[in-house]
Design a protein around this ligand. Structure first.
Ligand SMILES: Nc1ncnc2c1ncn2[C@@H]1O[C@H](COP(=O)(O)OP(=O)(O)OP(=O)(O)O)[C@@H](O)[C@H]1O
Length: 342
């Protein structure tokens, strides 16, 4: 069997990859761009690195779930993206707003106009003494004229209808179910037509039926209004119902799952699921632990470039040098190892 080798060095490939991942390489549709984001908390003289160089790009119009173990940094990231917290290092921007360099006025404008937020606790999202309609109208009143006054009432009604809670228009929160409260909270978050909706465990306190309704509401917002939606969740049903699920581990993005729907000639839909590791701007990727363990890959790996993929091999240089005759070694190099063995 003949295998093709491409006559370029690994250093040259690294240089070309770095060029391609330059600033422009993000593309104009990149809404959220986080580069090597770091957030360090100091509590009682002890430092906690909640984010440890996190990279993330989310494109306009995506519906993405963010998953990860407790303490992995999901809420910290969401707070930074919401403009509620400031990173210690690295860069983060949303819709061109630099989240590391906004003054107080710009931060307020960003929180009112660019981003909407839904918390897990319904009580945190709604004022208890206002009706659903009054809760949704409140951000418009505070929004500095972004939505014209004469449009407020119609917009309130349209949002509540879109989210399936039009019947709650005149009800105060304690006369609504938990699911109705959360869907009203989504309407509140959308009042000033933000480009990005962030939701931190929006189904965390709901039974499975109410959770499904909230998820449907978030999908409707994404599909019908075109709002980019990022949901932090522990709920496997939520994570598997969106097209992109990004996993965070130890304050960094580690892997992601993409789901693609295709239709055959008769209109039947098939969803294919593919798991990816994240490649950061410097070209670093993390091998999944189970893959590395299976092949006993520890300190280093050998790469070979194929026409349509890169193969990662266990470091067998020591064994080859011990066991191979010079002719065998030359054979091994001709077999694809030349570029990466130094
Ligand atoms: N204000 C804070 N002060 C000190 N440490 C904090 C603070 N906020 C978060 N941390 C720490 O940062 C780390 C990440 O916390 P974060 O809340 O972002 O994780 P998470 O993935 O959202 O967890 P969970 O799923 O349990 O909500 C944790 O170790 C947490 O204890």
């Amino acid at each position: 069997m003949s295998r093709s080798t491409v006559p370029v060095s690994l250093a040259e490939l690294e240089r070309r990859a770095a060029d391609e991942r330059s600033e422009d390489g993000r593309g104009p549709d990149a809404l959220i761009v986080c580069d090597r984001l770091v957030r360090i908390f100091t509590a009682g003289g002890v430092e906690v690195q909640a984010l440890q160089g996190l990279d993330l790009v989310v494109r306009t119009g995506e519906l993405t779930a963010l998953v990860g173990a407790s303490g992995s940094g999901k809420s910290t990231l969401l707070n930074v993206l919401a403009g509620l917290d400031v990173p210690s290092a690295g860069t983060a921007s949303v819709a061109g707003f630099d989240l590391t360099a906004m003054d107080a006025a710009a931060r307020l404008r960003y929180r009112r106009e660019v981003v909407g937020f839904v918390w897990q606790q319904a009580a945190r999202n709604l004022l208890p003494f206002l009706t659903a309609a009054q809760n949704v109208a409140l951000p418009m009143r505070l929004g500095g004229g972004r939505i014209r006054r004469r449009q407020w009432a119609a917009r309130v009604r349209d949002l509540l209808d879109l989210l399936g809670v039009g019947h709650c228009h005149d009800r105060v929160p304690h006369r609504m179910s938990g699911g109705e409260q959360q869907r009203t909270a989504v309407a509140v978050a959308l009042a000033n037509a933000p480009v990005l909706l962030l939701a931190d465990e929006p189904t965390g306190e709901l039974d499975s039926r109410a959770a499904e309704e909230v998820l449907t509401a978030l999908r409707t917002v994404n599909e019908e209004l075109g709002t980019t939606v990022l949901i932090v969740t522990h709920d496997a049903a939520v994570a598997s119902a969106v097209r992109r699920t990004v996993a965070i581990r130890d304050g960094r993005t580690s892997s992601e799952v993409l789901r693609r729907a295709t239709r055959d000639g008769k209109g039947a839909e098939t969803v294919t699921t593919q798991e990816y590791v994240t490649v950061d701007r410097a070209g670093r990727l993390q091998l999944p632990a189970e893959f590395a363990e299976k092949l006993a890959i520890r300190d280093r790996a050998r790469l070979t470039l194929r026409p349509d993929h890169i193969a990662v091999h266990r470091d067998d240089a020591g064994e080859v040098l011990r066991e191979s005759a010079p002719e065998d070694l030359r054979g091994a190099q001709a077999d694809g190892g030349r570029d990466s063995r130094r």
